[in-house]
Design a protein around this ligand. Structure first.
Ligand SMILES: *Cc1c(COP(=O)(O)O)cnc(C)c1O
Length: 402
Protein backbone atom coordinates (compact mmCIF):
# COMPACT_ATOMS: atom_id res chain seq x y z
CA UNK A 1 0.00 0.00 0.00
CA UNK A 2 1.18 3.48 -0.77
CA UNK A 3 2.55 5.12 2.36
CA UNK A 4 1.44 8.73 2.13
CA UNK A 5 3.61 9.71 5.10
CA UNK A 6 6.66 8.86 3.08
CA UNK A 7 8.82 11.86 2.24
CA UNK A 8 11.80 11.05 0.11
CA UNK A 9 15.04 12.58 1.25
CA UNK A 10 18.21 12.28 -0.75
CA UNK A 11 18.08 11.55 -4.45
CA UNK A 12 15.61 9.26 -6.14
CA UNK A 13 17.29 6.28 -7.80
CA UNK A 14 15.99 6.31 -11.37
CA UNK A 15 17.38 2.97 -12.47
CA UNK A 16 14.87 2.14 -15.18
CA UNK A 17 16.38 1.68 -18.63
CA UNK A 18 15.24 5.09 -19.74
CA UNK A 19 14.51 7.82 -18.98
CA UNK A 20 17.91 7.72 -17.33
CA UNK A 21 19.17 10.25 -14.75
CA UNK A 22 19.91 13.67 -16.26
CA UNK A 23 23.28 15.05 -15.08
CA UNK A 24 23.20 18.44 -13.36
CA UNK A 25 25.45 19.84 -16.06
CA UNK A 26 22.77 19.10 -18.66
CA UNK A 27 19.95 20.42 -16.46
CA UNK A 28 21.86 23.67 -16.04
CA UNK A 29 22.48 23.97 -19.78
CA UNK A 30 18.75 23.51 -20.39
CA UNK A 31 17.83 26.19 -17.87
CA UNK A 32 19.19 28.99 -20.09
CA UNK A 33 16.60 31.35 -21.58
CA UNK A 34 14.81 30.18 -24.71
CA UNK A 35 16.09 32.17 -27.69
CA UNK A 36 14.69 33.20 -31.07
CA UNK A 37 14.81 30.05 -33.19
CA UNK A 38 15.25 32.18 -36.34
CA UNK A 39 18.02 34.33 -34.87
CA UNK A 40 21.76 34.10 -35.51
CA UNK A 41 22.69 32.48 -32.18
CA UNK A 42 20.28 29.66 -32.84
CA UNK A 43 21.73 28.98 -36.29
CA UNK A 44 25.22 28.72 -34.80
CA UNK A 45 23.95 26.30 -32.13
CA UNK A 46 22.11 24.23 -34.75
CA UNK A 47 25.14 23.94 -37.01
CA UNK A 48 27.39 22.98 -34.11
CA UNK A 49 25.17 20.28 -32.65
CA UNK A 50 24.12 18.81 -36.02
CA UNK A 51 27.78 18.27 -36.81
CA UNK A 52 28.63 16.82 -33.37
CA UNK A 53 25.62 14.49 -33.27
CA UNK A 54 26.88 12.69 -36.39
CA UNK A 55 29.94 11.59 -34.47
CA UNK A 56 27.77 9.74 -31.98
CA UNK A 57 25.91 7.88 -34.75
CA UNK A 58 29.26 7.44 -36.56
CA UNK A 59 27.92 8.80 -39.81
CA UNK A 60 28.91 11.43 -42.35
CA UNK A 61 25.30 11.73 -43.49
CA UNK A 62 22.43 13.81 -42.13
CA UNK A 63 20.89 13.20 -38.70
CA UNK A 64 17.32 14.51 -38.53
CA UNK A 65 16.15 15.65 -35.08
CA UNK A 66 12.43 15.64 -34.19
CA UNK A 67 10.69 17.23 -31.22
CA UNK A 68 9.07 13.87 -30.46
CA UNK A 69 9.60 10.70 -28.45
CA UNK A 70 11.35 7.72 -30.00
CA UNK A 71 8.04 6.38 -31.29
CA UNK A 72 7.77 9.39 -33.58
CA UNK A 73 11.18 8.64 -35.08
CA UNK A 74 10.03 5.03 -35.73
CA UNK A 75 7.12 6.43 -37.72
CA UNK A 76 9.39 8.88 -39.52
CA UNK A 77 11.72 6.06 -40.64
CA UNK A 78 8.84 4.04 -42.10
CA UNK A 79 6.81 6.86 -43.68
CA UNK A 80 9.80 8.52 -45.32
CA UNK A 81 11.00 5.41 -47.11
CA UNK A 82 8.01 3.14 -47.82
CA UNK A 83 4.74 3.01 -49.76
CA UNK A 84 1.32 1.59 -48.83
CA UNK A 85 1.31 -2.23 -48.98
CA UNK A 86 5.10 -2.56 -48.97
CA UNK A 87 6.41 -5.74 -47.38
CA UNK A 88 8.84 -5.26 -44.51
CA UNK A 89 10.78 -7.96 -42.71
CA UNK A 90 10.87 -7.41 -38.94
CA UNK A 91 12.30 -9.57 -36.18
CA UNK A 92 10.76 -10.35 -32.80
CA UNK A 93 13.39 -9.62 -30.17
CA UNK A 94 10.93 -8.38 -27.55
CA UNK A 95 8.28 -5.84 -26.67
CA UNK A 96 9.73 -2.88 -28.58
CA UNK A 97 10.21 -4.89 -31.77
CA UNK A 98 6.58 -5.99 -31.37
CA UNK A 99 5.35 -2.40 -31.00
CA UNK A 100 7.28 -1.28 -34.07
CA UNK A 101 5.76 -4.15 -36.02
CA UNK A 102 2.25 -3.11 -34.90
CA UNK A 103 2.98 0.43 -36.01
CA UNK A 104 4.06 -0.80 -39.46
CA UNK A 105 0.72 -2.60 -39.80
CA UNK A 106 -1.24 0.46 -38.69
CA UNK A 107 0.57 2.55 -41.27
CA UNK A 108 -0.64 0.24 -44.06
CA UNK A 109 2.56 -1.76 -44.53
CA UNK A 110 2.72 -5.57 -44.64
CA UNK A 111 5.15 -6.55 -41.91
CA UNK A 112 6.37 -10.14 -41.71
CA UNK A 113 7.51 -10.90 -38.17
CA UNK A 114 10.32 -13.45 -37.92
CA UNK A 115 10.11 -15.18 -34.52
CA UNK A 116 11.69 -18.06 -32.66
CA UNK A 117 9.38 -20.57 -30.94
CA UNK A 118 8.05 -19.82 -27.44
CA UNK A 119 9.92 -17.05 -25.67
CA UNK A 120 13.28 -17.94 -27.24
CA UNK A 121 13.33 -14.79 -29.37
CA UNK A 122 13.04 -12.71 -26.23
CA UNK A 123 16.22 -14.28 -24.80
CA UNK A 124 18.54 -14.24 -27.81
CA UNK A 125 19.54 -11.57 -30.30
CA UNK A 126 18.49 -11.43 -33.96
CA UNK A 127 19.41 -14.66 -35.78
CA UNK A 128 20.85 -13.13 -38.93
CA UNK A 129 20.73 -16.40 -40.86
CA UNK A 130 16.92 -16.38 -40.62
CA UNK A 131 16.93 -12.99 -42.30
CA UNK A 132 19.33 -14.20 -44.98
CA UNK A 133 17.21 -17.31 -45.70
CA UNK A 134 14.01 -15.27 -45.98
CA UNK A 135 15.58 -12.68 -48.27
CA UNK A 136 17.01 -15.41 -50.53
CA UNK A 137 13.46 -16.72 -51.04
CA UNK A 138 12.29 -13.26 -52.07
CA UNK A 139 13.55 -13.38 -55.65
CA UNK A 140 11.17 -10.60 -56.80
CA UNK A 141 12.52 -8.27 -54.11
CA UNK A 142 9.04 -7.61 -52.74
CA UNK A 143 10.56 -6.96 -49.30
CA UNK A 144 11.49 -3.29 -49.15
CA UNK A 145 13.05 -3.06 -45.70
CA UNK A 146 14.54 -5.12 -42.90
CA UNK A 147 13.82 -3.64 -39.44
CA UNK A 148 15.62 -4.72 -36.27
CA UNK A 149 16.11 -3.44 -32.74
CA UNK A 150 19.75 -3.04 -31.71
CA UNK A 151 19.28 -2.95 -27.92
CA UNK A 152 15.97 -4.56 -26.95
CA UNK A 153 15.09 -2.61 -23.81
CA UNK A 154 12.37 -5.04 -22.74
CA UNK A 155 14.84 -7.92 -22.37
CA UNK A 156 18.42 -6.65 -22.05
CA UNK A 157 19.54 -8.39 -25.23
CA UNK A 158 21.47 -6.69 -28.04
CA UNK A 159 21.67 -7.75 -31.67
CA UNK A 160 24.64 -7.95 -34.01
CA UNK A 161 23.79 -5.32 -36.62
CA UNK A 162 26.92 -5.95 -38.70
CA UNK A 163 25.77 -9.59 -39.03
CA UNK A 164 22.35 -8.43 -40.26
CA UNK A 165 24.09 -6.26 -42.87
CA UNK A 166 26.18 -9.26 -43.97
CA UNK A 167 23.02 -11.38 -44.21
CA UNK A 168 21.33 -8.84 -46.50
CA UNK A 169 24.46 -8.62 -48.66
CA UNK A 170 24.87 -12.40 -48.77
CA UNK A 171 21.31 -12.66 -50.11
CA UNK A 172 22.14 -9.99 -52.71
CA UNK A 173 18.97 -8.20 -51.61
CA UNK A 174 18.34 -4.45 -52.08
CA UNK A 175 16.09 -3.98 -48.99
CA UNK A 176 16.79 -1.00 -46.76
CA UNK A 177 18.19 -1.75 -43.30
CA UNK A 178 16.46 0.16 -40.49
CA UNK A 179 17.70 -0.10 -36.92
CA UNK A 180 16.16 1.07 -33.65
CA UNK A 181 18.96 2.00 -31.27
CA UNK A 182 16.76 4.21 -29.12
CA UNK A 183 18.25 2.73 -25.95
CA UNK A 184 21.59 1.64 -27.38
CA UNK A 185 23.02 4.88 -28.73
CA UNK A 186 25.77 6.44 -26.61
CA UNK A 187 25.86 3.41 -24.27
CA UNK A 188 26.57 0.52 -26.63
CA UNK A 189 28.92 0.64 -29.61
CA UNK A 190 27.02 1.72 -32.72
CA UNK A 191 28.26 2.45 -36.27
CA UNK A 192 25.70 3.74 -38.77
CA UNK A 193 28.03 4.07 -41.79
CA UNK A 194 30.32 1.11 -41.16
CA UNK A 195 27.40 -1.28 -40.62
CA UNK A 196 25.63 -0.02 -43.73
CA UNK A 197 22.48 1.03 -41.90
CA UNK A 198 20.02 3.07 -43.99
CA UNK A 199 17.93 4.58 -41.20
CA UNK A 200 18.99 4.61 -37.55
CA UNK A 201 16.32 5.58 -35.04
CA UNK A 202 17.22 6.93 -31.61
CA UNK A 203 15.85 8.95 -28.73
CA UNK A 204 17.05 11.42 -26.12
CA UNK A 205 16.14 9.89 -22.76
CA UNK A 206 18.37 6.84 -22.62
CA UNK A 207 22.12 6.83 -23.32
CA UNK A 208 22.12 10.50 -24.28
CA UNK A 209 21.14 11.35 -20.68
CA UNK A 210 18.52 13.93 -21.70
CA UNK A 211 14.89 14.20 -20.67
CA UNK A 212 12.40 12.61 -23.08
CA UNK A 213 11.32 14.81 -25.97
CA UNK A 214 13.65 14.59 -28.93
CA UNK A 215 14.39 11.73 -31.28
CA UNK A 216 16.52 11.05 -34.31
CA UNK A 217 16.77 9.53 -37.77
CA UNK A 218 20.28 9.07 -39.18
CA UNK A 219 19.78 8.69 -42.91
CA UNK A 220 21.89 7.06 -45.65
CA UNK A 221 22.01 8.27 -49.28
CA UNK A 222 20.05 5.18 -50.26
CA UNK A 223 17.32 6.02 -47.75
CA UNK A 224 17.23 9.63 -48.98
CA UNK A 225 16.73 8.39 -52.56
CA UNK A 226 14.00 6.01 -51.39
CA UNK A 227 12.27 8.93 -49.68
CA UNK A 228 11.86 10.67 -53.05
CA UNK A 229 9.74 7.76 -54.37
CA UNK A 230 7.99 6.69 -51.14
CA UNK A 231 4.21 7.15 -51.15
CA UNK A 232 3.12 6.79 -47.50
CA UNK A 233 1.65 10.16 -46.42
CA UNK A 234 4.13 12.29 -44.50
CA UNK A 235 4.40 15.96 -43.77
CA UNK A 236 5.65 16.71 -40.26
CA UNK A 237 8.05 13.76 -40.51
CA UNK A 238 9.27 14.48 -44.07
CA UNK A 239 13.05 14.58 -44.19
CA UNK A 240 13.44 16.87 -47.22
CA UNK A 241 12.43 20.20 -45.67
CA UNK A 242 14.22 19.46 -42.41
CA UNK A 243 17.48 18.43 -44.11
CA UNK A 244 17.29 21.58 -46.26
CA UNK A 245 16.69 23.91 -43.30
CA UNK A 246 19.36 22.10 -41.23
CA UNK A 247 22.03 23.11 -43.77
CA UNK A 248 22.05 26.56 -42.17
CA UNK A 249 21.36 25.27 -38.65
CA UNK A 250 17.60 25.88 -38.56
CA UNK A 251 14.36 23.85 -38.59
CA UNK A 252 11.21 24.34 -40.71
CA UNK A 253 9.17 24.69 -37.49
CA UNK A 254 9.90 25.59 -33.87
CA UNK A 255 12.51 23.13 -32.60
CA UNK A 256 12.83 22.02 -29.00
CA UNK A 257 15.26 24.81 -28.14
CA UNK A 258 16.05 23.98 -24.51
CA UNK A 259 16.38 20.26 -25.18
CA UNK A 260 18.82 21.17 -27.92
CA UNK A 261 20.89 23.12 -25.37
CA UNK A 262 20.89 19.91 -23.37
CA UNK A 263 21.83 17.82 -26.40
CA UNK A 264 24.75 20.12 -27.17
CA UNK A 265 25.97 19.72 -23.60
CA UNK A 266 25.47 15.92 -23.66
CA UNK A 267 27.48 15.71 -26.89
CA UNK A 268 30.31 17.71 -25.30
CA UNK A 269 30.30 15.36 -22.33
CA UNK A 270 30.25 12.17 -24.43
CA UNK A 271 32.74 13.27 -27.06
CA UNK A 272 34.96 14.86 -24.40
CA UNK A 273 35.10 11.57 -22.49
CA UNK A 274 35.53 9.62 -25.72
CA UNK A 275 32.90 7.14 -26.95
CA UNK A 276 35.19 4.14 -26.42
CA UNK A 277 35.53 5.04 -22.77
CA UNK A 278 31.76 5.55 -22.48
CA UNK A 279 31.19 2.05 -23.94
CA UNK A 280 33.84 0.46 -21.68
CA UNK A 281 32.21 2.05 -18.63
CA UNK A 282 28.83 0.55 -19.58
CA UNK A 283 30.27 -2.91 -20.30
CA UNK A 284 31.92 -2.93 -16.90
CA UNK A 285 28.79 -1.86 -15.04
CA UNK A 286 26.75 -4.50 -16.86
CA UNK A 287 29.29 -7.19 -15.97
CA UNK A 288 29.22 -6.09 -12.32
CA UNK A 289 25.41 -6.24 -12.23
CA UNK A 290 25.41 -9.70 -13.85
CA UNK A 291 27.90 -10.86 -11.21
CA UNK A 292 25.39 -9.74 -8.57
CA UNK A 293 22.49 -11.57 -10.23
CA UNK A 294 24.61 -14.70 -10.40
CA UNK A 295 25.49 -14.41 -6.69
CA UNK A 296 21.78 -14.12 -5.87
CA UNK A 297 21.33 -17.38 -7.76
CA UNK A 298 18.80 -15.80 -10.14
CA UNK A 299 18.51 -16.09 -13.89
CA UNK A 300 19.30 -13.37 -16.42
CA UNK A 301 16.81 -12.90 -19.26
CA UNK A 302 19.55 -12.82 -21.94
CA UNK A 303 20.73 -16.36 -22.67
CA UNK A 304 23.61 -15.60 -25.03
CA UNK A 305 26.65 -14.04 -23.31
CA UNK A 306 27.80 -12.60 -26.67
CA UNK A 307 24.81 -10.25 -26.73
CA UNK A 308 24.39 -9.23 -23.08
CA UNK A 309 23.19 -5.63 -23.06
CA UNK A 310 25.55 -3.04 -21.60
CA UNK A 311 22.47 -0.85 -20.97
CA UNK A 312 20.24 -2.97 -18.74
CA UNK A 313 19.90 -6.42 -17.20
CA UNK A 314 16.64 -8.37 -17.04
CA UNK A 315 16.39 -10.38 -13.79
CA UNK A 316 13.94 -13.30 -13.83
CA UNK A 317 12.04 -13.98 -10.61
CA UNK A 318 11.65 -17.55 -9.36
CA UNK A 319 8.40 -19.35 -10.20
CA UNK A 320 5.52 -18.04 -8.08
CA UNK A 321 7.06 -14.62 -7.33
CA UNK A 322 5.30 -11.56 -8.80
CA UNK A 323 8.12 -9.35 -10.02
CA UNK A 324 5.83 -6.30 -9.95
CA UNK A 325 5.18 -6.78 -6.22
CA UNK A 326 8.93 -6.89 -5.60
CA UNK A 327 9.42 -3.75 -7.69
CA UNK A 328 6.61 -1.95 -5.91
CA UNK A 329 8.04 -2.65 -2.48
CA UNK A 330 11.50 -1.53 -3.61
CA UNK A 331 10.04 1.69 -4.96
CA UNK A 332 8.05 2.47 -1.85
CA UNK A 333 10.66 1.48 0.68
CA UNK A 334 13.86 2.61 -1.00
CA UNK A 335 12.79 5.28 -3.50
CA UNK A 336 14.37 3.18 -6.25
CA UNK A 337 12.68 2.76 -9.65
CA UNK A 338 13.33 -0.46 -11.58
CA UNK A 339 11.96 -1.38 -15.01
CA UNK A 340 8.91 -3.64 -15.13
CA UNK A 341 8.50 -6.75 -17.23
CA UNK A 342 6.87 -5.70 -20.51
CA UNK A 343 4.54 -7.65 -22.81
CA UNK A 344 5.23 -11.39 -22.60
CA UNK A 345 7.59 -10.80 -19.66
CA UNK A 346 5.04 -8.95 -17.51
CA UNK A 347 5.29 -9.96 -13.84
CA UNK A 348 8.12 -12.39 -14.56
CA UNK A 349 11.11 -10.10 -14.28
CA UNK A 350 12.39 -6.69 -13.37
CA UNK A 351 14.98 -4.73 -15.31
CA UNK A 352 17.95 -2.90 -13.82
CA UNK A 353 19.09 0.07 -15.90
CA UNK A 354 22.84 0.79 -15.80
CA UNK A 355 23.11 3.50 -18.39
CA UNK A 356 24.13 7.10 -18.71
CA UNK A 357 24.94 9.14 -15.63
CA UNK A 358 25.73 6.30 -13.18
CA UNK A 359 28.79 5.31 -11.21
CA UNK A 360 29.92 2.29 -9.23
CA UNK A 361 28.22 3.49 -6.08
CA UNK A 362 24.86 4.32 -7.68
CA UNK A 363 24.86 0.76 -8.96
CA UNK A 364 25.92 -0.70 -5.61
CA UNK A 365 23.07 1.23 -4.00
CA UNK A 366 20.70 0.00 -6.70
CA UNK A 367 21.77 -3.59 -6.13
CA UNK A 368 21.41 -2.97 -2.38
CA UNK A 369 17.81 -1.86 -2.91
CA UNK A 370 17.12 -4.93 -5.06
CA UNK A 371 18.71 -7.28 -2.54
CA UNK A 372 16.93 -5.81 0.48
CA UNK A 373 13.63 -5.68 -1.40
CA UNK A 374 13.88 -9.30 -2.50
CA UNK A 375 14.68 -10.38 1.06
CA UNK A 376 11.67 -8.44 2.36
CA UNK A 377 9.38 -10.10 -0.17
CA UNK A 378 10.77 -13.56 0.60
CA UNK A 379 12.60 -14.20 -2.67
CA UNK A 380 15.12 -16.95 -1.87
CA UNK A 381 18.66 -15.69 -2.56
CA UNK A 382 21.78 -17.82 -2.71
CA UNK A 383 24.18 -15.11 -1.58
CA UNK A 384 24.87 -11.37 -1.60
CA UNK A 385 24.89 -9.73 -5.01
CA UNK A 386 26.03 -6.45 -3.47
CA UNK A 387 29.22 -8.01 -2.12
CA UNK A 388 29.85 -9.83 -5.38
CA UNK A 389 29.47 -6.61 -7.38
CA UNK A 390 31.72 -4.66 -5.00
CA UNK A 391 34.33 -7.33 -5.49
CA UNK A 392 33.88 -7.26 -9.25
CA UNK A 393 34.26 -3.49 -9.44
CA UNK A 394 37.33 -3.58 -7.18
CA UNK A 395 38.99 -6.21 -9.33
CA UNK A 396 38.09 -4.65 -12.68
CA UNK A 397 39.13 -1.00 -12.65
CA UNK A 398 38.73 1.00 -15.83
CA UNK A 399 42.03 2.03 -17.37
CA UNK A 400 41.32 5.59 -16.26
CA UNK A 401 40.66 4.59 -12.65
CA UNK A 402 43.42 5.30 -10.19
C1 LIG B 1 12.28 3.60 -25.26
C2 LIG B 1 12.25 2.79 -26.50
C3 LIG B 1 11.31 3.01 -27.52
C4 LIG B 1 10.18 3.99 -27.39
O1 LIG B 1 10.61 5.28 -27.31
P1 LIG B 1 9.65 6.42 -26.72
O2 LIG B 1 10.60 7.55 -26.54
O3 LIG B 1 9.06 5.87 -25.46
O4 LIG B 1 8.62 6.69 -27.75
C5 LIG B 1 11.40 2.24 -28.65
N1 LIG B 1 12.36 1.31 -28.81
C6 LIG B 1 13.26 1.06 -27.85
C7 LIG B 1 14.28 -0.01 -28.07
C8 LIG B 1 13.23 1.79 -26.67
O5 LIG B 1 14.13 1.54 -25.71
Amino acid sequence: MLNLDFHASGRHFLQIPGPSPVPDRILRAMSLPTIDHRGPEFGALGRELLSKVRQVFKTEGPVVIYPASGTGAWEAALTNTLSPGDQVLMYETGHFATLWQKMARRLGLEPEFLSLPGDEGWRLGVQAEMIEARLKEDREHAIKAVCVVHNETSTGVTSDIAAVRRAIDAAGHPALLMVDTISGLASADYRHDEWGVDVTISGSQKGLMLPPGISFNAVSDKALSASRQAKLPKSFWAWDEIVEANKTGYWPYTPNTNLLYGLNEALDMLLGEGLDHVFARHQRWAAGVRTAVEAWGLEIQCRDPKVYSPVLTGVIMPEGVDADEVRRLIYERFDLSLGMGLGKAKGRMFRIGHLGDCNDLTLIATLGGCEAGMKLTGVPLKGSGVLAALEYFANHPLDTDR
